[in-house]
Ligand binder design. Structure first.
Ligand code: NAP
Length: 296
């Protein structure tokens, strides 16, 4: 919590484990969560499981898949873990086959998987750029396409929740690849919502604010560690808690959110709109990252 004890900030949410929607809202529904074995993806997967969904966790690494499946089973949910690289269309098709074989055709897809690490643009290799854009934007598209094709063929409705980031609108110094890819994800959400609305498929985007978690990569964590107290840097005077994102995801995909489509919902305590009456001095990104001059 904040050291600013003269101001309350936005109150903490109810603890993880509570649900906002009716019990059983997703009973008999298969929900696929990419990257559902770590961090925010796992938190989203858990909220769907709490509401009765059969959850399919999809990512590349066995330890992540195991962690996601175990977390869901520990709260009494049904889970399937499927190894998948979302950059590969065949791997994505196999994921949907496996999900359908175990739980029936997925009714909800959460495109949460992404890649990211901080690097100044001038130091970014072509491979670093391609990897982040491929996973974050192309992977989101390939999963959405597979989900859309299957629903169009079957004549069934469905719901996609993409996961974005606020630097889609502001740009992200030190994260040029990821920010550009997330801008693409927000834009893709809008195109797909209009294309697939007539077939009953909702497509929304959910944008988390700063929600630290134990699975954050060393790169991202050391970047965060450079800011002494994250709470006082947020208008809410606190960072987000993972269940707050999970509740928003389940609402968007629920029957109560049916008329919401093509929308991007930001869950960040107004942090991305934050401005000061006078701007603080500019600190070049190399300096923020503790790097010396370019080329030295
Ligand atoms: P994270 O812990 O780094 O998780 C990324 C997940 O994506 C991992 O489970 C990873 O699993 C999976 N993944 C990566 N590449 C993949 C691939 N090629 N195929 C399949 N799965 C792949 O990230 P997070 O912090 O929880 O963030 C989740 C989402 O929220 C991301 O979209 C992120 O951009 C967004 N976000 C997070 C924050 C925050 O504060 N944490 C803020 C803004 C936006 P494997 O390694 O097993 O493949």
């Amino acid at each position: 919590m904040s050291e600013r004890n003269d101001l309350p900030g936005i109150p903490a949410p109810p603890p993880a484990g509570e649900t906002a929607l009716k019990p059983g809202t997703f009973e008999d529904s298969c929900v696929v969560v990419t990257g559902g074995g770590t961090g925010l993806g796992k938190a989203i997967a858990l909220e769907f499981a709490r509401l009765g969904a059969d959850v399919v966790v999809a990512s590349r690494k066995e330890e992540h898949l195991d962690a996601g499946r175990r977390a869901i089973e520990e709260i009494g949910g049904r889970a399937l873990a499927v190894a998948c690289d979302i950059r590969e269309a065949d791997s994505v098709a196999s994921l949907f086959d496996a999900a359908a074989d175990s739980f029936g055709p997925p009714a909800v897809l959460v495109n949460n998987a992404a890649a990211n690490f901080p690097v100044p643009a001038e130091d970014m290799s072509p491979n670093a750029w391609r990897t982040v854009v491929d996973i974050t934007l192309t992977g989101t598209f390939l999963c959405a396409r597979e989900f859309g094709r299957r629903h169009l063929a079957a004549g069934t409705p469905g719901s996609i929740v993409n996961v974005g980031a606020t630097y889609a609108w502001t740009g992200g110094p030190g994260f040029a690849h990821s920010a550009a890819a997330k801008a693409g994800v927000v834009n893709l959400t809008q195109s797909l919502a209009v294309e697939w609305g007539p077939y009953g498929i909702q497509v929304n985007c959910l944008v988390p604010g700063l929600m630290p978690h134990e699975d954050m990569t060393g790169d991202i964590r050391s970047n965060l560690d450079r800011t002494d107290d994250k709470d006082v840097c947020q208008p809410a005077l606190r960072v987000g808690q993972r269940q707050e994102l999970g509740w928003a995801a389940t609402f968007l995909a629920s029957p109560y959110g049916r008329f919401i489509t093509g929308h991007t919902l930001v869950v960040d305590g107004a942090n991305w709109q934050r401005r000061s009456m006078t701007n603080p001095p500019v600190v070049p990104i190399r300096e923020q990252m503790g790097l010396g001059p370019y080329g030295e």
